[in-house]
Design a protein around this ligand. Structure first.
Ligand code: GLO
Ligand code: MG
Length: 346
């Protein structure tokens, strides 16, 4: 078994979810944040991801002084339990002000709300000891192409990113692209878009990306190639491993659940590029199935981590010399079978 300490793992409080979907209510009772924090440690995870309102609940009803005070209290608790904060992320898809998008809303007051909230989120991150601000640009798109202008929206995104970079000279923005859901089309659908937009900001060095396996699949792309591409630029600063069965709603299945070979290839490129050696975490953005009983509530997180570690082993024991030889002979047929048998344990 690969040593667990060679990778650091995290998840977010939303990954212990209650099972509701657009067609039915919750199937498990809500758990407290304290309980989730305690489980994280028990499962052998190292850090937690925080939306701004995971860290400071009801954030919109609180003054800046109250927000910062509460963030400091949280930091004390995290320190007490030996848990790090991997990142903070402004939740810009819930509030009424984000109904038509956040940074790209057609209402200037709503765009200002999004920026103000992002700057507060950076302040919370500072207190929690993380310089990583994750931006899942959930509603930055539209259901109606004629309602917005993609060029203007891109410019508005760059303006918003520039304000964040100017607000804090150390913060790093990690854009989490997703091509659809909740929007039918999003403005930053892939890693290529994220890295291109980074170049338009005042400090491209501090704008990178977060790859989620399911989001690549939803874009019709291969997650391992996306990881390799992003790491060619030295810009993969966080990672949401999970799985997804084809082009449909976002499933957030356990890592490796649908396509083990794809999971193997993701781990293989992470190994090859030494992901984690600069302090990056492996996060699992996975959800329990709706059918999951309370007593099995944490299995999707534990299983994702187990699968990941087993695939680290598979990656390290892969016969690289033999595969090189097969590649040189252009015997991809044999290479294909070699991978299959390796994964089958033969
Ligand atoms: C949804 C996203 C979401 C983000 C999280 C962090 O599809 O993957 O879970 O990762 O809100 O910003
Ligand atoms: Mg995610």
């Amino acid at each position: 078994m690969a040593k667990a300490h060679s990778y650091k793992f995290c998840f977010g409080p939303w990954n212990i979810s209650e099972g509701s979907d657009p067609y039915g209510p919750t199937t498990r009772p809500a758990q407290t944040f304290d309980w989730k924090l305690a489980q994280l440690k028990k499962l052998g995870f190292d850090a937690m991801m925080f939306h701004d309102d995971d860290a400071v609940p009801d954030i919109d009803s609180k003054s800046t002084a109250q927000i910062l005070k509460q963030a400091k209290e949280l930091k004390k608790r995290l320190d007490g339990e030996g848990i790090a904060a991997e990142m903070t992320a402004p939740r810009l898809w819930f509030a009424p002000q984000t109904v038509d998008g956040a940074y790209t809303s057609n209402d200037p007051k709503h765009r200002q709300y999004a920026i103000d909230r992002s700057l507060r989120c950076i302040d919370i991150g500072n207190i929690l000891g993380t310089d990583l601000l994750v931006l899942w640009l959930a509603r930055e798109g539209t259901y109606l192409r004629e309602a917005k202008n993609a060029k203007r929206s891109t410019e508005l995104l760059v303006q918003a990113f520039d304000k964040m970079l100017a607000h804090d000279k150390k913060v790093r923005l990690s854009i989490e692209p997703k091509p659809n859901e909740p929007m039918d089309h999003a403005y930053i659908p892939t890693i290529g878009h994220a890295l291109a937009v980074a170049q338009l900001t005042h400090d491209p060095k501090r704008v990178g990306a977060l790859i989620e396996s399911a989001h690549c699949i939803l874009a019709g792309l291969d997650p391992a190639d996306e990881i390799d591409f992003c790491m060619t630029f030295g810009k993969l600063w966080s990672l949401h491993l999970n799985d997804q069965n084809g082009l449909k709603y976002d499933q957030d299945k356990p890592f490796g659940s649908t396509n083990l070979r794809s999971a193997f290839n993701q781990v293989r490129v992470l190994e090859r590029n030494k992901y984690g050696s600069r302090g990056e975490y492996v996060c699992f953005d996975v959800h329990p199935f709706r059918t999951t009983k309370v007593e099995h509530w944490l299995a999707h997180l534990d299983n994702s981590r187990r699968t990941f570690l087993k695939l680290v082993e598979k990656s390290r024991s892969f016969d690289e010399a033999k595969s090189k030889q097969l590649i040189a002979d252009r015997d991809y047929q044999a290479l294909d079978q070699m991978v299959i048998e390796h994964l089958l344990g033969k």
